[in-house]
Design a protein around this ligand. Structure first.
Ligand code: ADP
Length: 381
């Protein structure tokens, strides 16, 4: 068997977690990033110095590998499309990326395929006219460039219209009190699909970062199956090949609405490493190398929380309490090797598995209090 050489545009923790899987299987992952100390490299990827927006650097990455994938949406999709047009293998297909990296295009595809989503109106952000097209509060989203809540503004009423984002995109109807769900979907080049369990996400309002993930979600099985079905239909609508994170809202009246899709492995799928027969990263490897997809069954209930930098510190990374977690059965910490830490920086994650959902939750709640990750200097002002 020839060794698999995979390229990834970007060098974040998703690339790093993929590198660990690829290395375990005897392959090599080459990560394109300006920083030789990026998380992917610290976690075992080969470094290819360059910029994810540069067509020349993406070409250089392609010259070293058999297939290319992405670590994040904000990459030069046109350069990937050119490679693909030359017959080079890019996963997901750049045509899918062209649609999915634009949130307005995502909404239009949902609408065209009768996939339920919160009603929306295109809106360019230049004046406040049209901000209330879907009523108040207005949920305004930038079409491009936003992630982790940065491209979303929730405007309570006309008096706050000045807080809108000066970016084109759309406004959509506010969904009150929804449970936020996620379904990871894998789809291979032959069109076979697999989903993992529907999971439930709780967010940290301070940075709009995923604070707690519960797998499976605490919702009726019928609803969970419906969410998995909708997520699969959504990926089929985009002819998506690869791994995708589909975020949904379960409204107070029990309706499922698709919120958005990430065309890559996803934070809400990290628990699959420890809790499922096949992780999202292993499945990504299978798809990238043309192997058959494997079983996505969940072996035990799990919770996952992100390790975010303590808000009172910055500077060189200090980790406290790791040993306690390492000694606890069922608790699996992952650190991304980031040398410096600032408030709310995503530094790692912890997955907790147990025989029952209640036990996983209790162990997770405890583990959360036992570990701290922070900079070495207290922020004074
Ligand atoms: P991002 O790509 O930055 O994660 P999202 O579209 O997921 O952006 O929005 C971030 C968060 O904003 C969501 O997790 C949710 O809590 C809130 N949000 C987004 N859309 C709505 C909506 N229509 N109604 C209510 N809250 C929303």
């Amino acid at each position: 068997m020839t060794e698999s050489k995979i390229g990834i545009v970007g060098g974040g923790q998703l690339a790093g977690l993929l590198a660990q899987e690829v290395n375990r299987l005897g392959g090599q992952l080459f990560s394109l990033d300006p920083d030789p100390q990026c998380p992917a490299v610290l976690m075992g990827a080969e470094h290819v110095e360059g910029d994810r927006h540069s067509a020349k650097d993406i070409q250089k990455l392609a010259s070293l590998v058999d297939v290319i994938t992405i670590d994040l949406e904000d990459v030069n999709v046109e350069a990937l499309a050119d490679l693909s047009a030359e017959g080079f293998s890019v996963v997901p297909d750049p045509k899918t990326l062209q649609l999915m990296t634009n949130k307005l295009h995502q909404k239009e595809v949902f609408q065209a395929h009768n996939l339920p989503t919160s009603p929306f109106t295109p809106y360019d952000g230049s004046t406040s006219e049209g901000l209330d097209s879907q009523g108040w509060p207005a949920v305004q989203k930038a079409a491009e460039g936003g992630y982790d809540g940065r491209g979303v503004a929730i405007i309570e009423g006309p008096a706050d219209a000045g807080n809108r984002l000066p970016a084109p995109g759309f406004v959509e109807a506010f969904v009150p009190g929804a449970i936020e769900l996620s379904v990871m979907v894998a789809r291979d080049a032959l069109g076979h699909t697999k989903t993992w369990a529907t999971t439930e996400m709780e967010f940290d309002d301070r940075g709009n970062l995923l604070a707690y993930l519960i797998a499976p979600a605490r919702i009726p099985e019928e609803t969970s199956d419906k969410a998995r079905d909708l997520a699969t239909r959504a990926i089929e609508a985009f002819h998506g090949v690869g791994i995708f994170g589909v975020e949904l809202f379960l409204t107070q009246s029990g309706e499922l609405l698709i919120n958005e899709i990430a065309p890559r492995t996803h934070n809400s799928g990290h628990y699959t490493i420890d809790a499922c027969a096949t992780s999202q990263f292993r499945q990504q490897y299978n798809i990238l190398t043309g192997k058959a997809m494997e079983d996505t069954r969940q072996n035990s209930p799990a919770v996952m929380f992100n390790l975010l930098g303590d808000i009172d510190y910055e500077g060189d990374t200090v980790v406290e309490g790791l040993d306690v977690l390492l000694e606890t059965i069922g608790v699996h910490p992952y650190l991304y090797g980031k040398q410096s830490c600032f408030p709310l920086r995503k530094m790692g994650h912890v997955t907790v598995v147990a025989d029952t959902a209640e036990a996983a939750q209790a162990l997770g709640d405890k583990a959360k209090t036992q570990i701290t990750i922070r900079g070495d200097k207290r922020i004074t002002s």
